[in-house]
Design a protein around this ligand. Structure first.
Ligand SMILES: Cc1cc2nc3c(=O)[nH]c(=O)nc-3n(C[C@H](O)[C@H](O)[C@H](O)COP(=O)(O)OP(=O)(O)OC[C@H]3O[C@@H](n4cnc5c(N)ncnc54)[C@H](O)[C@@H]3O)c2cc1C
Length: 355
C-alpha cells in the first residue's frame, strides 16, 4: 500500500495523520525538529481558545480534554483599566503547547504512535523542489514558518513578537490577562498553566523598545509582575487578504495555519488547525466533500478580517469604548459571546458534529 506523507508534526499534521491511519492507511510524518512541540522559540507556551470539547472530539475523532485546563481567572486591561472577562461565557480553555509531557502536542503524538503512525524527525521539507518531489495528496501542515508559505507561494503578513516565560509553582492557578492599549495595534497578554508563566506582546508591524517598555510597565502596575529577558521573533500569518484560506496547492493538500485556518482578529489558530487536520485527511479520499467542509471552517474569516481593518482605523477612544463594552457585556449578552465563538475557524463544523 502506498504511504501517505504528512509534513509537520503540529496540531493539524497530527490530527490528519491519526485520521488517515485509522482509515487503514500507512502514514509517515516528516518533522523538521528532533521531537514534537515545534520551535523552542515559540514553545513551551500556554495558548487559549474557545472550544466545545465534546463536539470537537465528535468531529475529529480525538478527545483533547486530557491536555486542557479551565482558566482560573480571566481579566482584560483596557487602556489601563482592569475588567473581568467571563472565560466560561466564551467556553475558553487554556492548553499547553510544546514538547513537555503536559502539552497537547505530546498528547496527540502519543495517540499517533499508539495508532501506528511513523515519524521521521530532523527531516525539514523546505524548498519548492523538496515539496514538488513529494507524492500527490501529501498533506503539508508546517504552521507559522516562513519556508512553507514561501515554497507554496501562500500570501502572508509578517507579525512581530516579544515573549518571555518563567517557571512558577505547578499548582499556580491558570489565568489570562489580555492587554489593549496605545502600545500595540494588536494586543498583549500574560497567561499561566502547568507551572509556566508566559507574557507575549505582538503586532503586525515592528515593535520598538518604547512599546515593550510601555507594556512591561502596564503589567507591573496591573498585576505586580516584573517581566524581563524578552525574546524576539517574527512569523508569517495568513492574514494578507480576505481570500487567504486554501485547501489545495497544486496536487498537495494544505492544513492548519498554512491553509489559512487562523482567525485574523486575535490570531486564534489552534481550533482551526485541529479541525483542518480532519478536513485534510478527508481530502485524500473525497476532495469535493472536504472542500465544502473547508469552506464552512473558514466562513467567518472574511468578517474577522474586515473587523480588524475597521478596528485599526478607529481612534483610540472609540477602540477603548468598543472593547470595554464588548468584553464586560459578554456574560450579560450571551449573543455577543456566540458571535466571538462563531468567528473561530472550524467552530461551525464542530457545531454540526453532534447532528
Ligand atoms: C507564541 C504563540 C502564541 C499563540 N497563542 C495562541 C492562542 O492563544 N490561541 C490560539 O488559538 N492560537 C495561538 N497561536 C497560534 C497557534 O499556535 C497556531 O495557529 C497553531 O499551532 C497552528 O497549528 P499548525 O498545525 O498549523 O502548526 P504547528 O502546530 O505550529 O505545527 C507545525 C509543525 O511543522 C513543523 N515544521 C515547520 N516547518 C517545517 C518544514 N519545513 N519541514 C518539516 N516540518 C516543519 C514544526 O516544527 C511544527 O512541529 C499562538 C502561536 C504562537 C507561536
Amino acid at each position: 500500500m502506498a504511504e501517505n506523507i504528512v509534513v509537520g508534526a503540529g496540531l493539524a499534521g497530527l490530527v490528519a495523520a491519526i485520521n488517515l491511519v485509522r482509515e487503514g492507511r500507512e502514514v509517515l510524518v516528516l518533522e523538521r525538529e528532533s521531537r514534537v512541540g515545534g520551535s523552542p522559540l515559540y514553545h513551551p507556551s500556554p495558548e487559549g481558545t474557545p472550544v466545545d470539547l465534546p463536539r470537537l472530539a465528535d468531529y475529529t475523532g480525538i478527545d483533547i480534554s486530557p491536555a486542557v485546563a479551565r482558566f482560573g481567572a480571566g481579566r482584560a486591561v483596557i487602556y489601563g483599566e482592569m475588567v473581568p472577562v467571563d472565560m466560561n461565557a466564551l467556553s475558553s480553555v487554556v492548553i499547553e503547547r510544546g514538547p513537555r509531557r503536559t502539552s497537547l502536542d505530546s498528547l496527540l503524538y502519543g495517540l499517533a504512535v499508539e495508532e501506528g503512525v511513523k515519524f521521521e524527525f530532523n527531516h525539514p521539507v523546505i524548498s519548492n523542489d523538496d515539496t514538488a518531489k513529494l507524492p500527490p495528496d501529501t498533506i503539508i501542515a508546517t504552521g507559522l514558518y516562513f519556508e512553507g508559505f514561501d515554497a507554496l507561494r501562500v500570501p502572508y503578513l509578517t507579525s512581530f513578537h516579544f515573549v518571555t516565560r518563567r517557571k512558577v509553582p505547578a499548582d499556580t492557578a491558570s489565568h489570562v490577562t489580555i492587554y489593549h492599549g496605545r502600545f500595540t495595534s494588536d494586543y498583549a497578554y500574560t497567561c499561566s498553566v502547568n507551572g509556566i508563566q508566559f507574557a507575549h506582546v505582538f503586532q503586525r508591524r515592528p515593535i520598538g523598545k518604547d512599546t515593550l517598555h510601555a507594556f512591561t510597565e502596564q503589567a507591573f502596575v496591573s498585576e505586580g509582575i516584573e517581566l524581563d529577558e524578552w525574546e524576539h521573533f517574527t512569523f508569517p500569518v495568513p492574514a494578507a487578504h480576505v481570500n487567504n484560506p486554501r485547501l489545495f496547492a497544486g496536487d498537495k493538500i494544505l492544513a492548519g495555519t498554512l491553509a489559512g485556518c487562523m482567525e485574523s482578529y486575535m490570531f486564534f489558530g489552534m481550533l482551526g488547525a485541529l479541525v483542518s487536520g480532519k478536513i485534510a485527511a478527508m481530502a485524500v479520499e473525497d476532495k469535493a466533500r472536504a472542500y465544502q467542509e473547508f469552506k464552512l471552517a473558514t466562513s467567518a474569516f472574511r468578517s474577522a478580517y474586515l473587523m480588524k481593518k475597521m478596528g485599526n482605523m478607529a481612534p483610540h477612544w472609540l477602540h477603548r469604548l468598543m472593547l470595554r463594552e464588548g468584553i464586560t457585556r459578554l456574560s450579560e449578552y450571551p449573543a455577543a459571546a456566540e458571535v466571538v465563538k462563531r468567528a473561530m475557524p472550524g467552530w461551525r463544523n464542530c457545531e454540526r458534529a453532534g447532528e
